[in-house]
Structure formats: C-alpha cells, structure tokens
Design a protein around this ligand. Sequence first.
Ligand code: AMP
Ligand code: ZN
Length: 481
Amino acid sequence: MLRLYNTLTKKIESVTPSLPKEFTLYCCGPTVYDYAHIGNFRTYTLTDILVRALRYGGNSVHYIMNITDVGHLVSDSDSGEDKLEKGSKREGKSAWDIAKFYTEAFLSDSKKLNLMDPDVRPKPTDHIPEQIEMINTLIDKRYGYIIDDGLYFDTSKSANYGELTGQKRSELKEGARVEVNVQKRNPTDFALWKFSYPKGRDFDSNLDDVSKRRQMEWPSPWGIGFPGWHIECSAMSRRYLGDQIDIHTGGADLIPIHHTNEIVQSEAATGIRPFVRYWVHGQFIMVDNEKMAKSKGNFYRLQNILDKGFDPLALRYFYMTSHYRSFLNFTWTGLEAASRGLEELRSFMRSAKNNAGKRNELSNEKLLKIDTFRKKFTDALENDLNMPQALAVVYETIKSNIPITDKYDLLLEFDEVLGLDLQHVKQKDVSIPVEISELLKKREEYRKAKDFKMSDDVRKEIENRGYEINDTPAGSVVIKK
Ligand code: AMP
Ligand code: ZN
C-alpha cells in the first residue's frame, strides 16, 4: 500500500481510497497567461508519477487537472490585475486568445514530458454557473459578505481555518502579510467573486470605453464580474469528483493561501470534512538557492532545454533523481548527468531487445529474484514515492544475473511508473561498435576453448572501452556502461 506524506496531518500515512481500488485525484493546473516553466512541470510530473504508481498498484484513478483561464490575480491578496488580462496587454491579443495559445503550449510540453492526460481538464470560464451556485450556497450559510470590489469569504466563521499550515488565523493577523483592502473583515478573508465595477453598479459609465473594460466578465446575482481564483478548484473538483476528494496535489507555495482557502470554502459549502483526505505537495525547483519563478526571471522553459540538445525525457529523469519533498537545484551539470542516466537505460533496452526471442526456462531461483526486484521497486514507490530509490532498483535489476529478456520485461513494467518511454528506444541507435562485437566474438571463442585467462583479458579490454558484458543463458551481450 502506498504511503505518502500528508500535509494535512503532517504524517506519512497509508493511502487508501474511499471506494475500493478507486481513487479520486485533483491537481491544480497552470494559469495560462504565459509559458509554464520547468519548476511548474516538476509539480505536474510528481502528480503524473503518483497517478501512475496508483494505477500500477491495481487501482483506477479519476484524475482531474484544471486549466486556470480567469480570476488568478497578480497578488495573492486578491488585488492587482488578472494575469490573463495582463498577458493580453503584454501581447496585444485578446485574453481568450492568450488562454488558448498558452493552453496549447502547455499541452504540447506535457506531451513531450510523457505526462498522461487527465480524465478532464476543466476551465473556470466553462464553469461559471457551478461557481455561482457554490457562492450562493456560501451566502445562504452566511459565509459571504459584500464590499466595494467584490464578494468575500469570512474566514472567522471557519473554526478550522489554517489547518494545512498549522497556523491559527489570529497568528496570521499579526503576521507579515501586507493587507491592502481595509474593507475586509479579516486579513485572511478572500474573494469569491470580484466586481468589474464598484458595488451597486452593473455598468460604470466611465468605463464605456470598451478598451478599458475587462474582457472576461459575467453577470451574477451580485453584479457583473468574475470568479475569485480559489472558488474554481472547489467548484470544479466538486463537479467532477464529488464532495470529498481522496488526493489533491500542487506545489508547496499553494499551501498557505490557495489550498487553505479551497478547504474552508468547500467544507463550508458541503458540510463534509475533510474536503481532501490526503494533501500532497511538491517542493520547488531552485536556481542558486532561489525558487524558480516567473516573477524572478530565473526560469527555464522546456524549450530552452530542448534548444541545448537535451531530450525532454532527460528532464523527467532529472526530476526523479531527487525526492519530491526535497528542494531540487537546477543545474546544467545535473541535467547532463540525468541525460547520461537515461541514455544508459535506453542503451540497455536496445541490447536487450536484440536478444528478444532467446528466451530460456527460468529456474526457481531466478523467478524468485524477479519477484524480489519487483517487490523492491514497489517498496520504493510505497515509501512516500521515493523515486531515487526506485531508480536504484532499476540499476540493480540491470546488473543482476537474471536473464536479459526478463530484465527487459521488468524494466518495461517499471516504466509504467517511470514514464521514460523505454519501449520505444530506437533500434537504429544500437550503437555497439564493430570492434566491440569482434572482441565479444573472440571472447566466446576463448571461452569455448576453455582459455579463461585470454577470455578474461578480452573482457577487461571490452570494459576498458566503456562496455559491460552480460552473460545470460541465451548467450553473452554487451551493454554500454
Ligand atoms: P502557477 O502557474 O504559478 O499557478 O504554478 C503552477 C504550479 O507549479 C503550482 O502547483 C505551483 O505550486 C508550482 N510551482 C511554481 N513554481 C515552482 C517551482 N519553482 N518548483 C516547483 N513547482 C513550482
Ligand atoms: Zn487550485
């Protein structure tokens, strides 16, 4: 059974679905006002590996990742411009075109990183009625109040506010957060619906200049406007996964505000606690000890990596070289090492593929060994999704003395979780040079003649040239080290 660190309980827990063998999982997806960077993709890859690991364990997973195309403001305290409108000004395109363009870019990068498609990628602009309905419920239950610029959630009404961070609301009041909206009842209150125009007016005559008006706005019982950022995830997760979700993922920066707010509004609307049974958060990609972020300008996109000649799956491999709860420093040297690791796996798969068909009966001892590797791999996954440990098992398997065809099969099986597309290693790249094949032939001859001294010398020669010999019941093969 998978064991994961749950941000809610701050413990590593066995993860069980609420329905037998059937998980529901929601991941906060990208805000499509610009390209996603490789920091963002670490979080999406974590989610992808988690979904794969659950499926590998024989479960089905209902997997939803939203695409935020409205309502995410520049500042976390519900002020500032909508990121989509900002993107629109930056590029002189409509906000709708910005959303479309960057959604496509995101999907294309996701595909290159071999991220599985979620069952649905809902967008808040397609789910305005669901968000309005949830806000209505919150108002009926007296959680909402109206001020000049919007309708807000009163966090003082939620006894459990701040569960994820472990901080009390009263502590946050004195905290360092700069409060800009003096009309809010509590500094931690957040917008459910923001008005395009000040309260009480459905249309501002000063804004009849269309160019100054918001591009994305909808009528609501409270006035023309748009949904707050957090309500989309509460409303859309409810629409597709029900009142309670098994697992919710996202990056660690979403814990104190976005996820904290999702919890209180969902629980207030449905009356069901906990809204999410297991919260799983990925730690950041760093550059020179600083979080990789668009606002800091210290980010790389997948395309920057491809431009340097890297395979996109080398990045995926790079993510797996550290545990998801550790900071991962991005360096080109680190990426090169990951790229070599990936090439090593591919090279093994190529030579193993060449041996396909030379299958031998397995002894009981070898069958047992295969089970041991499979178990070790599963143990690594179950150990809080420990991918560095899982990769170590992969190498242990390759180096073992089980038949090469079985190693090949096992690696394909492990790849269901790793997602390195090991099935499709290109045959033309089988690059065992002729002189190495000749040396291997020579060694076979010495072995047949029982001249072990000479056969050993040849083996050393092969190894010195960077190749490794794998003696299998089906014969000897060489693999690039
Ligand atoms: P955003 O588009 O800023 O909403 O971020 C999308 C996702 O990427 C969120 O889950 C963030 O928590 C996550 N994220 C942002 N920056 C990083 C980073 N440097 N490393 C890992 N994940 C990040
Ligand atoms: Zn979200």
